[in-house]
Structures are given as structure tokens and as C-alpha cells.
Design a protein around this ligand. Structure first.
Ligand SMILES: [Zn+2]
Length: 181
């Protein structure tokens, strides 16, 4: 039996859970992206005017977010011309199969950053004045500062970073598992 593309599309749509939507919205830096994707999920194709009406998000913001989604291939765009006004009408459609790839890319970027941070924590010995708000200082810098905090002037003492190392290692492991690495 041939696969029905509509059925496949519907299955993928229902797979988009809230966590996924949150990730996308965070990655784009647009809280309203969640509402937009929800609306796009519920329609085969929709214009930016219709989205603005349904969500009460300003048309300008709707367009801005749609173009961000478009940049990441998360939506597709079809353009027609209004026979009366001659203006272009933009019809948007969610590309649910692209969401997974987008999120994987985001996760890989986070993993890369975490790995760098982990290496930094592993390769440095830290010194700290134990004053809240002051920064930890790597050994090499602490030597130059004659073990005196440049912010508060208190003496710098050795700081054990095991807790940070453990937390980072756990996060890295979780992400690696999620990425199947
Ligand atoms: Zn200090």
C-alpha cells in the first residue's frame, strides 16, 4: 500500500509536543513563536493576517517570527496575488519534519559549548575569595594578583570545582544520550 503523505504529515504534527515548541521558541528568542506554531499546527496553510487575527499578536511581530521560522526552514511559503488589490498574499505552512533536525542542531551547539566549559573547568585550578558576587580566578591569574581578589581585596583561596565538574559532566552525558552519541 502506498504511504499517504497527508497521514504522514498529520502524524508528524501530533508528535510536536510542548517541550519541542518551547525549545524552538527559546532558540529563536521569540516567546510568541509557541502560539504561532500552535496555530500553524492546526491548519494546512494560513496567511499572516489570519494568524494575527487568531492570536491577537501584532501583524508585524507575526511576520517577524514567521521569517525567523522560514530562515530555519521550519515553515514554507507560497505567494499569491490578491486579484482585487494586486497585493501579495503570503500563505504559510508548517514543515514539521524539519523541527526534529532543527532541535538536533540546537542540542549539538549546546553540547559543544558545554564540552568547552567542561574542558576549561578540568584544565584550570581555581582560586576564590568566597565573597558572593566575586569571580573565581584561575591559578595563573591568581599568582599575578598575589592571591588578592581584584574586586573586594580579600585573600584568594583554593576553590574545589568538583560540584561544577559533576553537574557539567551529567549535562553532557544527558545530551550525548539524547543525540545518540
Ligand atoms: Zn572578592
Amino acid at each position: 500500500m502506498p504511504t499517504d503523505p497527508t497521514r504522514k504529515r498529520i502524524t508528524m504534527m501530533s508528535n510536536i509536543d510542548d517541550a519541542t515548541l518551547m525549545r524552538v521558541a527559546q532558540a529563536l528568542g521569540e516567546e510568541d513563536a509557541i502560539k504561532l506554531i500552535e496555530i500553524l499546527k492546526g491548519s494546512e496553510e494560513i496567511t499572516d493576517d489570519e494568524i494575527a487575527n487568531k492570536t491577537s499578536i501584532r501583524l508585524n511581530s507575526v511576520r517577524k517570527i514567521l521569517y525567523k521560522l522560514y530562515d530555519h526552514s521550519l515553515v514554507s511559503l507560497r505567494r499569491t496575488r490578491d486579484p482585487k488589490t494586486g497585493w501579495f498574499i503570503f500563505h504559510w505552512r508548517l514543515q514539521p519534519d524539519q523541527l526534529e533536525g532543527f532541535i538536533l542542531t540546537q542540542k549539538r551547539q549546546v553540547l559543544e559549548k558545554l564540552n568547552l566549559r567542561l574542558e576549561y573547568e578540568k584544565n584550570h585550578d581555581f582560586y576564590y575569595c568566597y565573597t558572593p558576587g566575586c569571580k573565581r580566578i584561575p591559578f595563573e591569574e591568581a599568582v599575578e594578583l598575589v592571591f588578592k581578589c581584584p574586586t573586594c581585596g580579600k585573600p584568594l583561596m583554593h576553590y574545589a570545582n568538583e560540584k561544577i565538574l559533576n553537574a557539567l559532566t551529567k549535562k553532557v552525558e544527558t545530551l550525548r544520550k539524547e543525540l545518540g552519541e
